[in-house]
Design a binder for this molecule. Structure first.
Ligand SMILES: Nc1ncnc2c1ncn2[C@@H]1O[C@H](COP(=O)(O)OP(=O)(O)O)[C@@H](O)[C@H]1O
Ligand SMILES: [Mg+2]
Length: 377
């Protein structure tokens, strides 16, 4: 019996029944074979099925087909360990994919055997949407940070274009343009114009692609590309800060499946942090290396971004990944870079690790599941 503050007795079962039925998260229970034996009201509202329909279904029918292998593995783990918290996807009656955080635990029978599981599932759509806005905001902040350097990099080819076109028009005005050496000179100036314009186009295209807020579908990405694009966009700052870059990453070897822009955003964040960390150091080195590693039986690429900068004191090594944590002066740091990096990585089933010794430098290691080259689209 449940006794309230007025001393009234209320049937405990009734209390819990009301609690579970009205709980804002979806709650469901399945038997050993995955047949649904209980759902609360939120489950019907979330998934668009009636309680009767759900009662006649197997839990596997609520997951999108593409993640069923992972679901089977999760189910086995829950049976073995008794509980599990995981991010997953449900598929509503109309086909909508709903990102959820599942907390599952096992109820045992009197003999200690498996009876059924109970799962509380939280709809993560609002949180994911906020995360997407944050990632976009971080992207805009990064563009702001990059703007000065990019303008400088646009200025050099622009000057070459203006000079060449001035010479071309002066030469044309001068008359005898048919003389062979003059014609050759004009062709050479036209080539300079073309090459300079191509450099500018390259830079503006990359910047435009990066600033585009739209989320891309996950596609095969060769890590060489975002690493080099980010180095290219930051070239001015790296050059100006006298930083020696060592990047032995080769093309076409380290494939992952992901959102190109977001992966590039990760590298821009890390390189920009490295530039800041190196600002007052004697030796200024930035290196990017990729090696194979296995994480929970999944083959991953471990992409290590190392700098010889100030390093991160042990007591801050967890804190720096929190949103809005910054040690930089007002107007310089937003404190969003690393929290966004972590959010992007988790969307890619990846992780970030930090190894750092104050005064010696830092290594940020990105772990991302490898994609088999055989399955390239
Ligand atoms: N490579 C690094 N070396 C030393 N400290 C770092 C490095 N990268 C990040 N940090 C620390 O982590 C903090 C948070 O980084 P970040 O989330 O990118 O935000 P912000 O760069 O705007 O401060 C930084 O203010 C800095 O103290
Ligand atoms: Mg930063």
């Amino acid at each position: 019996m449940f006794i309230n503050t007025k001393g009234n007795q209320i049937d405990t079962l009734k209390v819990f029944d009301a609690l579970i039925e009205n709980f804002p998260d979806m709650i469901h229970s399945v038997d050993e074979d995955g047949n649904i034996v209980y759902v609360n009201r939120t489950a019907s509202a979330l998934l668009g099925y009636t309680a009767q329909e759900l009662g006649a279904m197997n839990i596997r029918q609520l997951y999108p087909p593409e993640i069923l292998d992972a679901v089977e593995q999760g189910f086995r783990e829950v049976k073995r360990s008794g509980e599990k918290t995981v991010e997953s996807l449900f598929m509503a009656k109309d086909g909508t994919r709903i990102p959820v955080e599942l907390r599952t635990f096992v109820i045992h029978d009197e003999q200690g055997g498996f009876a059924q599981t109970f799962t509380v599932s939280r709809d993560m759509r609002q949180l994911k949407e906020m995360q997407d806005h944050l990632i976009h905001a971080g992207r805009l902040a990064a563009i702001g940070e990059l703007a000065a350097g990019v303008v400088h990099d646009l200025n050099n080819p622009l000057t070459a274009i203006i000079l060449s076109s001035t010479v071309i028009s002066k030469t044309l005005e001068g008359g005898n343009v048919n003389a062979r050496d003059i014609r050759e000179q004009l062709v050479a100036y036209c080539e300079t114009v073309n090459e300079s314009a191509a450099v500018m186009e390259n830079l503006t295209t990359r910047l435009r692609d990066f600033s585009r807020g739209v989320k891309e579908k996950h596609v095969p990405v060769d890590l060489f590309v975002p690493v080099n694009d980010a180095l290219f966009i930051m070239a001015h700052r790296i050059r100006n800060s006298n930083i020696k870059v060592n990047c032995p990453v080769v093309k076409g070897k380290h494939w992952i499946r992901g959102d190109r822009n977001q992966i590039q955003q990760i590298f821009l964040n890390l390189f920009s942090n490295a530039c800041d960390a190196l600002a007052n150091c004697q030796e200024r080195g930035l290196s990017i290396k990729i090696e194979a590693e296995t994480l929970d039986d999944v083959p991953c690429w471990n992409c290590a971004v190392s700098d010889t900068g100030v390093g991160v004191p042990p007591e801050l090594q967890e804190k720096i990944f929190k949103s809005f944590f910054t040690t930089k002066p007002h107007g310089k740091g937003t404190g969003l870079g690393l929290s966004i990096t972590r959010a992007i990585l988790s969307e890619h089933n990846g992780q970030i690790r930090l190894a750092s010794e104050p005064g010696k430098g830092s290594v940020f290691s990105l772990l991302l599941p490898q994609m088999e080259v055989a399955s390239l689209d």
